[in-house]
Write a protein of this length. Structure first.
Length: 307
């Protein structure tokens, strides 16, 4: 762990890391901006339970009162969930300001990676990452998540990315930045709600042991960046491509018509897709996060075993 004056480890996370036990980081923008209350809080707490059941300690990451938290209490998770979009969605550029002013922030993939790395946590589970937006060739809207994957050595386990993004350009960007994109049990990049996208990942990996081995090797080689593990949604919870693509198409058109831009874009699209598909997409979203949490806990356990 780096000595960072603004960082607080929860007692459970601190003792697990000190004893070399597996820890899995979790983001908080998915709580505040990614799901409605109260499902967001129920899901966040259930994800923590799943990580424990699979042999690791969960560390939900957030900024609370200016403190960078690796490990939130139930009360803090409840607070983030109730506040929802009132909480600042905190990316890399927001961290110093929030810490200096003693403010709250919900951490995206980017800031969760930063804080996990400060704390000494190597594995992070979430739902979907940000990427290159459709039309980025003119808007230049490319998520900071991709830059963070290029520079911060944390393994991010997700269900791919939603096709609110340009998945092909997202893969091109990750290739340029030297970020390995691994498919768990698949050769194909999953598209969050669906198991297939038509785009190939770099490598297929079939076990948590091998995920741990590749990550460890990357560190031994002194490579700077992280690693993206894409884990397809379980078949029984996956959605009809036509249904989800129609909702995504409409959400994108509304965002354009309303001039939504900057950090509002992703939360707007996520909320509209959820509304347009009723509760179905939310149920799928919850299940894929559970699935990623299980894999992350097992992978973190393999990393800890090999120490
Ligand atoms: N994609 C999802 N669900 C999410 C997010 C993205 O399917 O909750 C959140 C994550 O916190 C991610 C952030 O890091 O949005 C990316 O935002 P932006 O596109 O503004 O970089
Ligand atoms: Mn953006």
């Amino acid at each position: 762990m780096q000595n960072v004056p603004h960082l607080d480890l929860s007692p459970e996370v601190s003792s697990a890391l000190g004893a070399g036990q597996p820890v899995v980081a979790l983001e908080s923008t998915i709580i505040s901006h990614g799901m409605p209350y109260p499902q967001n809080v129920q899901t966040a707490l259930a994800v923590e339970d799943i990580i424990r059941q699979n042999g690791a300690v969960p560390a939900t990451v957030a900024v609370i009162g200016g403190r960078l938290k690796a490990g939130c209490t139930r009360r803090e998770i409840e607070y983030l969930g109730r506040q929802g979009t009132n909480i600042t969605k905190a990316s890399r550029r927001d961290l110093a300001m929030l810490a200096a002013r003693g403010m709250d922030g919900a951490t995206t993939v980017t800031t969760t990676m930063i804080i996990a790395h400060m704390a000494g946590i190597q594995v992070f589970a979430t739902g979907g990452i940000g990427g290159v937006h459709r039309g980025a060739e003119t808007t230049m809207d490319i998520s900071a998540d991709l830059e963070e994957l290029a520079q911060t050595p944390v393994m991010v386990i997700c269900a791919g990315a939603k096709s609110i993004l340009d998945l092909g350009l997202t893969l091109e960007y990750l290739e340029t930045k030297g970020v390995p994109v691994l498919g768990y049990g698949t050769d194909e990049l999953p598209a969050f709600y669906t198991r297939r996208s038509g785009f190939k990942v770099d490598y297929r990996v079939d076990t948590p042991q091998e995920l741990a081995a590749v990550f460890r090797t990357s560190r031994e080689l002194g490579l700077a960046g992280g690693m993206l593990v894409t884990n397809p949604i379980p078949e029984e919870y996956s959605m009809e491509p036509d249904v989800i693509n129609a909702a995504i198409g409409q959400a994108l058109a509304e965002a354009k018509a309303q001039g939504i831009h900057g950090k509002e874009t992703t939360p707007f699209l996520l909320a509209r897709v959820k509304d347009l598909t009723g509760g179905d997409s939310l149920a799928s979203n919850i299940q894929l996060v559970f699935n990623n949490a299980r894999l992350a806990a097992r992978t973190a356990a393999c990393l800890a075993d090999a120490r």
